[in-house]
Design a protein around this ligand. Sequence first.
Ligand SMILES: NC(=O)c1ccc[n+]([C@@H]2O[C@H](COP(=O)([O-])OP(=O)(O)OC[C@H]3O[C@@H](n4cnc5c(N)ncnc54)[C@H](O)[C@@H]3O)[C@@H](O)[C@H]2O)c1
Length: 365
Amino acid sequence: MTPQPLRVGLVGCGNISDIYITNAPKVGGYIVAACADLDLDRARSKAAQHGIPKAGPLGEILADPEIDLILNLTPPGAHAEIGLAAVGAGKHLYNEKPLAIEIADARKLLDLAERRGVLVGCAPDTILGAGYATCRRLLGGGAIGSPVGAVGFMMCKGPELWHPDPAFFYRRGAGPLFDMGPYYLSALVSLFGPIRRVSALNRVTLAEREILSEPRRGQRVRVETPTHVSATLEFDAGPVATLVMSFDVWTHSMPPIELFGSEGTITAPDPNGFGGPVKLRRRDAPGAEEQPLDPGHAENARGLGVRELAGAIARGDRRSASGELALHVLETMHAVVESGDTGKAVTVRSTVGAWNRSAAEPAPV
Ligand SMILES: NC(=O)c1ccc[n+]([C@@H]2O[C@H](COP(=O)([O-])OP(=O)(O)OC[C@H]3O[C@@H](n4cnc5c(N)ncnc54)[C@H](O)[C@@H]3O)[C@@H](O)[C@H]2O)c1
């Protein structure tokens, strides 16, 4: 029997909310049944725009027995508070990244979820797309032999160029590392397994940033987080990766992610997307060959993670909820900051047992 779609209460009706709402019928597994925002007018107009049956304050949505899961699309500073309220109310939770700003809050959230018997998932869900499924298949099938290492580069001039309200990107718990790192780190962990140690050098290039987008053009934002991060990651399984995350670079020609093995190289796609291209170059081949993508979503399928969580809930399978992966990624990012501050390598305590290649593939709902 096909399970009923999860009834989702969406919290945070900002920039990213539309795609989760419009993708729900496309990816399946959930329907947006209610929405909430600190700004009630915004919640009401989002509901009117998309035909969402209910809009109201968070408390009302948490008290609604018809809501199964809270989809938390608020800025990072509100993730822990709303996540804890949702799980405390007995709702399943899918959070935008990062899971929380502080590791202690993220642990508290997962512990409370365990006690309340609900599941926690977290963005990014891009690693469930066809692009990274293809990379995992190639790597797992030995296409580049024994994994040696990887590089990852996310470098741009910062969200003040395009985001309507970019201040949060420069607060603690954001910056290029906490904002974009989850895509790169989740992708690398889904490929190589957990990270055990990191070493990093980081900098704050500008103490203040000027907003260049509307409607706040000309306002200035104080920078509280590194804006150029250069980290080395050691994986439990042995590979070593270099990761550069920056909001201080105008232009570059580096790949998003490249994977190196004893027999060749995989050029992996942008982990902030669901598709390809995926290119493979074997050591004795003249050039890189674009690989056919595995079946699955190659277009913008944000919401796939909610569907995956819906499947895990229906199967009663706690292992494939990605909260554990998100905690590991969060701890890794804090280790990168700590290493930059102290000049010492930092051990990552958490691990991810279940988030292996098979758990990473979306299960049918
Ligand atoms: N914008 C993007 O392209 C994008 C992409 C991927 C992920 N994300 C992630 O999605 C999240 C939201 O990003 P966004 O760009 O949509 O932000 P946004 O600022 O556009 O929207 C956030 C919304 O949350 C509301 N809000 C804030 N605190 C709240 C609270 N305590 N209770 C209820 N509502 C609250 C705000 O009023 C606002 O409407 C962030 O975690 C971000 O990292 C954003």
